[in-house]
Write a protein that binds this ligand. Structure first.
Ligand code: GLN
Length: 523
């Protein structure tokens, strides 16, 4: 590779575009603020209003706290759909990330205040900010690589380390800050750190000139998505229309029988599903259609995975606080710090897991993204076996050892590494460039639905007990993962070789490049 006269965005460090490290750092600080806050949330809500040495909490019951936690962690990711659309239609991914970072600084800033309005306003702003930032920064990572560049998976694994470095630092530091100066100091720290993310992103712009730019719509451009037109065509597509109406009726039924929040959520999901159906219909070739279908099917795994995994910040967090012996060498470890196990294990094992899969693939063994994702679900599911042991020990002796938690988080993490970075990369391989931001948004929304499921399952522990819940999750996840492994062959056929023939490519090979275009290697 020649190194002469390279423009900043073409320069590389350790074989990866420098832009990757700018996005890595921005996301690292953003995740610091997000995970720092997430670790505190249920604990803050369930602390008595009289308070303890961390200051007064909101005095809510476990069930109330987990319900809000479920809505919050869901909305944070569901907002990725409008976030992706705003990037596509109005400002481009690069500016959407900038806007998201600014809104996040405001949100965390507001959370420093102790009033209840500030609590809700702050959460609302964080939801908007993450929705703008998270899907678009991930799409920008994909945009750094050309079609078929094998460095893409590794790039996403490195980016994933950034995410978890942020999470690790947050859960180590925020717990200590809260123990020393109280809840709102913890929230404030998240805000300061987000400001660092913003500064870092603005300063690194020259390395990102090639990605995330807004292209104003040209008239009759085939690459332009018109959501209005797609919904318009729905009216002329009888099958899709009937399906949409049925979903709408179910949503309205949900509105009346459950809370209004569920009604709104179902209506939103109906709108998204009908949009996806129309996009499928509009895709030009069978290759595009098949890939789109397989991507949507893989989202089932995504929902199941996060539905189980997200017990971490909710039920497992509360379990740690009240039922785990946290004393190590005479020091009681703050509950929040257990949240750092996941991130710590990611940093330790991310490259090990990525190299394991790469080696397998080189040996000609199964290494498709779908396979990795299914294996990931099963491994994560087995983590709950240790939580079952923890619950059994508690029933017997009135406390449970922290070793079960450590093992559970270890398995959860290995599972996450098989699924999450792989899924991000998979989307950017399978989606035509036109729909890249939208589909990244849909992916995060699927993880958000998983979080909501996690909240509902966690709440059910009040009625059924932790033992039953942990055992149920174990059984269910192993069944779903195994089903996908059994269906691997037909599903892989539908990807039409999107992951075959990947090779190393560098940024000075071409000036402009785009995300996966199936026609390039499927004639
Ligand atoms: N832990 C990962 C992150 O924060 C994945 C979260 C998700 O996809 N829901 O980015």
């Amino acid at each position: 590779m020649s190194t002469t006269a390279l423009k900043p965005h073409q320069k590389e460090l350790f074989g990866q575009p420098i832009g990757l490290y700018i996005l890595f750092l921005t996301e690292m600080w953003e995740r610091f603020s997000y995970y720092g806050m997430r670790a505190l949330l249920v604990l803050y809500m369930t602390t008595e209003t009289m308070g303890d040495d961390r200051g007064p909490g909101l005095g809510w019951s476990n069930q109330e706290a987990l319900a809000l936690y479920g809505w919050y962690t869901m909305l944070v990711y569901v907002m990725s759909i409008p976030g992706g659309m705003i990037a596509d239609k109005l400002v481009g991914q690069k500016k959407a990330v900038l806007l998201g970072a600014i809104v996040l600084c405001l949100g965390h800033g507001v959370l420093v205040l102790t009033d209840i309005w500030a609590f809700y306003t702050g959460l609302g702003l964080v939801i908007l900010g993450v929705g703008l930032l998270k899907p678009n920064i991930s799409t920008m990572v994909g945009g750094l690589y050309k079609e078929g560049d094998i460095r893409r998976d590794k790039g996403f694994s490195i980016f994933y380390i950034g995410i978890n470095l942020g999470s690790l630092l947050a859960t180590m530091i925020v717990g200590l800050v809260v123990a020393e100066w109280g809840w709102h100091a913890g929230f404030g720290l998240a805000g300061i750190v987000m400001l660092l993310g913003l500064i870092n992103y603005v300063a690194g712009q020259k390395y990102l000139t090639q990605v995330g730019n807004f292209e104003p719509p040209k008239k009759d451009d085939p690459n332009e998505i018109s959501y209005g037109k797609l919904y318009g065509k729905l009216l002329k597509s009888p099958t899709q229309l009937v399906f949409t109406l049925v979903l709408l009726l179910i949503s309205l039924y949900g509105w009346y029988t459950l809370e209004w929040g569920y009604g709104l959520l179902f209506i939103f999901l109906t709108a998204v599903i009908s949009l996806l159906m129309m996009i499928y219909k509009e895709l030009e070739t069978q290759v595009y259609k098949d890939r789109f279908m397989v991507l949507l099917l893989s989202f089932i795994m995504v929902i199941v995975f996060w539905g189980a995994f997200e017990q971490a910040g909710g039920l497992m967090n509360l379990y740690t606080e009240s039922k785990v012996d946290r004393v190590l060498f005479g020091w009681e470890i703050p509950t929040v710090m257990f949240q750092s196990l996941n991130a710590g294990f990611i940093i330790l094992f991310a490259t090990v897991v990525a190299s394991y899969w790469a080696k397998r693939k080189l040996k000609g063994k199964e290494g498709s993204s779908l396979f990795k994702m299914a294996v990931g679900i099963i491994i994560m599911g087995f983590g709950f076996l240790f939580m079952v042991f923890a619950a059994m020990e508690f029933e017997k002796s009135g406390t449970s050892s922290m070793i079960w938690l450590v093992l559970a988080y270890l398995f959860h993490t290995i599972g996450e590494l098989c699924l999450s970075p792989v899924a991000l990369s998979f989307i950017t391989k399978l989606t035509p460039v036109k729909y890249a931001s939208l589909m990244m948004g849909v992916y995060f929304a699927a993880t958000g639905l998983g979080s909501k499921v996690a909240g509902i399952v966690g709440e059910a522990a009040s009625d059924f007990g932790e033992y039953t819940i942990f055992l149920g999750i174990l059984i269910f996840t192993v069944i779903i993962g195994s089903l996908f492994i059994m269906l691997l062959k037909p599903l892989k056929r539908l990807t039409h070789g999107a992951e075959d023939n990947e090779r190393e490519m560098h940024n000075d090979e071409a000036e402009g490049f785009e995300l996966a275009d199936p026609d390039l290697h499927n004639n």
